[in-house]
Ligand binder design. Structure first.
Ligand code: C5P
Length: 287
């Protein structure tokens, strides 16, 4: 295979996110459940035989910081691969939203180039490289819905039942680092056992989001970004609302696809919203 078109890079939601403590390396120990959803960026990749890595399509922020580009360069360096690639990304997932868009683009790039460059690295090795790009990237490389611990890289696959969500993006971009560094952040949530979560059976549709815990980053984000506070207050009318990652996107679970679509249709101007479904697994998991 020399090229692959329309490769999906799905977004994620953090059904809850607990901050257990600060680590000596500046990161935080977390516990979270990561759920894949069908809001997706699309990536086309073609092999180049001259070693050049070229990035086309939508770019958010500084081109050199682009995670798909950095993923390709890292993989090329680590494997001494002489091939290059043309990578085109079509963005649907907003950046700075806590939806993992940049991380997912990086993961899809790693998984696809592993094939296109015929490298035959296993997922564990790909996930090690992924962690150098960001704490969320290994989750997308492994491709299963997961209970996450450590920086977010210690992953236990879990089965999540089908679920419909409304996701609202209040059009502000949040710096993850800034939220984690806020002096007001609660950093001492007690660790829960994976078994406590598994006991609920992953039945999000029946249980809603509130039974799984909270997002410890939410209070800080609401205070720093009034738009996030307003979006959560708006969604609360449809059920328990929750922020994903460090924001700014917020979500709730609805009973049906129709209810999600209706909630999106009634959004105030200036916000973007999506009616989405949970994915049972990453579409590239069989790769
Ligand atoms: O790994 P990533 O670049 O996505 O993380 C962005 C920032 O978020 C880090 O620089 C760190 O400040 C914070 N972070 C953290 N603990 C985590 C994940 C991220 O403190 N587990």
């Amino acid at each position: 295979m020399e090229r692959a078109f329309a490769l999906p890079a799905p977004a994620k939601l953090n059904l809850f996110l607990h901050v257990l403590g600060r680590r000596p390396d500046g990161y935080h120990d977390l516990q979270s459940v990561f759920a894949l959803i069908d809001l997706t960026d699309w990536i086309d990749i073609e092999r180049r035989d001259d070693g050049v890595i070229e990035r086309q399509g939508d770019v958010v922020g500084a081109p050199e910081a682009d995670l798909a580009l950095r993923a390709a360069r890292l993989l090329q360096q680590q494997t001494h691969c002489s091939y290059g690639a043309r990578i085109r990304v079509t963005k649907r997932i907003p950046a700075g939203a806590g939806l993992g868009g940049g991380s997912s683009d990086a993961a899809t790039t790693l998984v696809a180039l592993n094939r296109i460059w015929q490298l035959r690295l296993d997922r564990t090795r790909l996930a090690e490289l992924a962690l150098q790009l960001g704490a969320d990237v290994p989750f997308f490389v492994h491709g299963s819905n997961a209970f996450a611990e450590g920086r977010g890289e210690r992953l236990t696959p879990i089965a999540l039942g089908p679920a419909h969500y409304v996701v609202i993006w209040p059009q502000v971009a949040v710096s993850t680092k800034e939220i984690f560094e806020d002096p007001g952040l609660t950093r001492n949530t007690k660790a829960t056992k994976m078994a406590d979560f598994a006991a609920a059976g992953g039945d999000i549709a029946a249980l809603g989001v509130s039974c799984f815990g909270r997002n410890d980053l939410e209070a800080v984000a609401r205070r720093r970004y009034p738009e996030i506070d307003r979006a959560l207050a708006h969604l609360a009318a449809h059920g328990a609302a929750r922020m994903t990652g460090s924001g700014s996107a917020v979500f709730t679970v609805t009973r049906s696809a129709d209810a999600a679509t209706a909630a999106v249709a009634s959004l105030p101007g200036g916000w973007q919203g999506w009616a989405v479904q949970g994915l049972p697994q990453h579409p590239l998991l069989p790769w």
